[in-house]
Design a protein. Structure first.
Length: 313
């Protein structure tokens, strides 16, 4: 285990280095720049050139990359080209809303996927399995913005049961505003996670270990929950890490749809304003979450995976 953890950690470091280079390279290729956005369409070429010089946008690419890396070492992500505020402050101002949304989604997604996958795996091929699988696949096939609009129309506009947006609302003070956004995010990710659990449980249930435990007289509930489910959870943990990646991309759409002032809407605004330091900051945070999530998932999955140990006599 320690050897695998060190190798996996080294690979995560290489991933992080690649993310740094790719982030700067991709953002440098964005069309237009903040100078044109700040001055507007009526600005002259001389005015745009002056602002570009003030914002150091006319400097060589390698020089800008070097200054950016030196700032990252000290935790400085630079300043917004539009507002002039530190990028770290801009991100932290929006981090709380995204963290609450993602945390609420995971609190619903994990036990729901575990329950659906367990029921379908134990009753593989039954009517319950077919119905639950069909429902999760159907929800997965609907794009986030379409499902969100349908939910807003049904539960906010026509019935008034739930608020349509979270504009100007503290998510922790009014948790009802999270119901529709969380439903959209859970519906998109439930199918993949539950399916991994279903496949693992079904395979373990038909295996020799399960038959041996049943012959020993153990109750079926003990066999499934205590012995089969941990062995089937390894691929599901890795799929959950990929679901976190889906949540990050989904929050960009969901936050914009429900007017949640989180990192997703902040990222969209930064791209629209060609605010390169902010775009780089958001991409680094998103990529860091993905790298750390995959690292944690691989370590947990490695620990859960059953293996034989060689004993030297």
């Amino acid at each position: 285990m320690p050897g695998y953890a060190l190798r996996r950690l080294g690979f995560a470091v290489l991933q992080a280095l690649f993310v740094l280079v790719a982030t700067f390279a991709v953002t440098a290729l964005l069309p237009g720049d903040a100078a044109s956005v700040v001055l507007g369409e009526r600005a002259t070429d001389e005015q745009v050139a002056t602002v570009r010089h003030q914002l150091a946008l006319d400097q060589p690419l390698l020089d800008r990359f070097g200054r950016w890396l030196s700032g990252l070492v000290t935790g400085d992500l630079g300043r917004s080209l539009v507002t002039g505020a530190p990028v770290t402050d801009e991100i932290m101002r929006r981090f709380g809303a995204t963290a609450v949304l993602a945390g609420a989604t995971l609190l619903v997604l994990v036990p729901l996927a575990l329950g659906v996958g367990l029921i379908c795996g134990v009753r593989e091929g039954s009517r319950t399995d077919r119905v639950l699988t069909a429902v999760t696949v159907f929800l997965h096939s609907i794009p986030e913005f379409v499902l969100g609009l349908l939910l807003v129309a049904g539960f906010a506009v026509y019935t008034g049961l739930l608020p349509a947006t979270a504009a100007g609302t503290d998510l922790t003070a009014r948790p009802e505003v999270l119901v529709l956004p969380v439903f959209v995010l859970v519906a998109r990710q439930l199918c993949d996670v539950a399916r991994q659990i279903r496949v693992g449980v079904a395979e373990q249930t038909r295996g020799q270990v399960a038959e041996h435990l049943r012959l020993l007289g153990l109750p079926e509930r003990t066999v499934v929950l205590k012995h089969l489910l941990p062995a089937a959870a390894a691929p599901a943990v890795q799929q959950l890490a990929r679901a976190v990646e889906g949540l990050l991309t989904g929050t960009v759409i969901v936050e914009s749809l429900f007017a949640i002032t989180g990192m997703g809407t902040g990222f969209v605004e930064a791209v629209q304003n060609r605010d390169i330091p902010q775009v780089q900051g958001y991409v680094l945070v998103f990529a860091g979450v993905v790298v750390l999530g995959n690292l944690a998932a691989d370590l947990v999955a490695h620990r859960l995976t059953p293996r034989r140990e060689l004993v030297t006599w």
